[in-house]
Design a protein around this ligand. Sequence first.
Ligand code: FE
Length: 191
Amino acid sequence: MALRVKALQSLLVEKGLVDPAALDAIIDTYEHKVGPRNGARVVARAWTDAAYLARLRQDATAAIAELGYGGRQGEHMVAVENTPETHNLVVCTLCSCYPWSVLGLPPVWYKSSPYRSRAVIDPRGVMAEFGLVVPEDVEVRVWDSTAEIRYLVIPQRPAGTEGWSEDALASLVSRDSMIGVAFAGASGAGS
Ligand code: FE
């Protein structure tokens, strides 16, 4: 695969179809600037700032852009909030649509056909395989992403975090919790 990519790249550059500096800029963006830390900042702000949460509910794309995140695959965002009554799970049954601006590039499992089909048929079973057991009395809603709309799950704020700083709260918000296959919590930092 790496060799094929290299061969394609040198051909495109040779023919003048692609500027190597532009490629470097794209790679740098997705390696260093775009990733789940962006989404975690959105969630932490929503947890601590009621006015921001209201704006996020009204127009997630604009509220996310307030924090400086936007661009390709993040143009039409919808935030879905987990509550004691409702848990949200995101999938793209057709392919791999995913909110790049807040979560970075999708994990391999998100693009796999077992996840894409089973997340709809048996969401609780899929979540259990991630170690997430959603209580029976909590409704599970599955959101099918498209090229038109991308979803960001706002996980529930963990108990016992009253008075925490936004930075500290953001460290509790994992990528998986913003897809809906995990809760936000102490073990969630980073990935
Ligand atoms: Fe897709």
